[in-house]
Design a protein around this ligand. Sequence first.
Ligand SMILES: CSC[C@H]1O[C@H](OP(=O)(O)O)[C@H](O)[C@@H]1O
Length: 357
Amino acid sequence: MDAYNAPMKNHAHDSIRAIIWQDHHLRLLDQRWLPQETRYLDLHTAKDTAAAIRDMAVRGAPAIGVTAAYAVVLAARQAYARYRENWLAHMQEDVETLAQARPTAVNLFWAIDVMREHCAAIPKGQDPEALLLEAATRIHEEDIAANRRMGELGAALIQGGRDVLTHCNTGSLATGGYGTALGVIRSAYAAGHIQTVFADETRPWLQGARLTAWELVQDEIPVCLLCEGAAASLMREGRVSWAIVGADRIAANGDAANKIGTYSLAVAARHHGVKFMVVAPTTTIDMQAADGDAIPIEQRSADEVLELGGQRVAARGAQAWNPSFDVTPASLIDAIVTEKGVVTEPTREKMQNLMKS
Ligand SMILES: CSC[C@H]1O[C@H](OP(=O)(O)O)[C@H](O)[C@@H]1O
């Protein structure tokens, strides 16, 4: 059965497993085929996993981090099989390839750093797989637990019964499970705070139309898609109380990098008195980045804009500019929700206090 006609009784946050470790390898739900088809990639090397991240078979900052953690297990397993006690030195090139897959989501680098520490602690001569798999699984499980906690904290901010707007995909497909911004939305819907979710289709990759809508339909949560160009008009009509988004990297002063189009959403929200919430685990916060200008913004292929579904839609000869993310200044953010707590009207000092807590 394809995903398009998936059984409606399964709820995405319980049934979708976008990232699975089984039989000593990594299985990824290939999100490029959703919602029409459910296809999995079976990955046995870190290099193939890096390609899957680069090509967005798996995407979403926390999901990229979780995937990278398992990919380090693959690299160590392959190196140990070939070089035995000299495995650590021989896996570095693979880990470097992994670190170069995509530049913006800091979760990728955070996960690799954590796994490098675990690699260094493996007793000499011991097969590293079991201990490294334990570490990667913990990263996965802790991400899900963080999402559940953020769901509670974020949902508590949503009162008054008007609906909400979200951008891109921040659900079970973008994380270890349940979701960040979509996790808040799931929890708020379960608490009766919202009736309908307005979701930006999110050009050019259509994470909203293809992924968020699919997750919410499976959860039987009413979802209404819109072109992100219509978001300001929706706000002007007073139909949403919050715009709720994820993040790929949050700087030390609270500036947040997220899918392209988030910044314009924040500007429109402030203009129309709509509250703006960023939801992200602390693994997405980069205290080494002083502000948003320090966050590398991924530039992707012009073809993603010039084509749709592999078919050229733009006039021949036209060029395209395709930054995959933009930065929303902290001054436009009303609340940053993390698993450690909520920072309202974020400042550098408030972010430092959060990270110390
Ligand atoms: C839960 S973070 C998801 C985050 O990642 C998305 O980007 P991409 O689909 O290119 O990986 C987008 O920025 C989402 O907010």
